[in-house]
Design a protein. Structure first.
Length: 59
């Protein structure tokens, strides 16, 4: 699996997990939503950063 395939697989896994966690918000009290959003934002930023580094390649 080359790096673009790995990046695509990571993006698909991340998207699936994010959708599941957002769908689960319906089962949580509203005041707990902020913590979920904060965690997702941090995780998505990390994944986007990693994908951006892979796109640029080694320096």
């Amino acid at each position: 699996m080359d790096s673009s395939e790995q990046a695509e697989a990571l993006a698909e896994r991340t998207l699936g997990a994010t959708r599941e966690r957002l769908a689960a918000l319906d089962t949580l009290p509203t005041h707990e939503h902020v913590a979920v959003f904060d965690t997702l934002q941090q995780e998505l930023s990390g994944v986007l950063g990693a994908l951006g580094q892979n796109a640029r390649g080694p320096r």
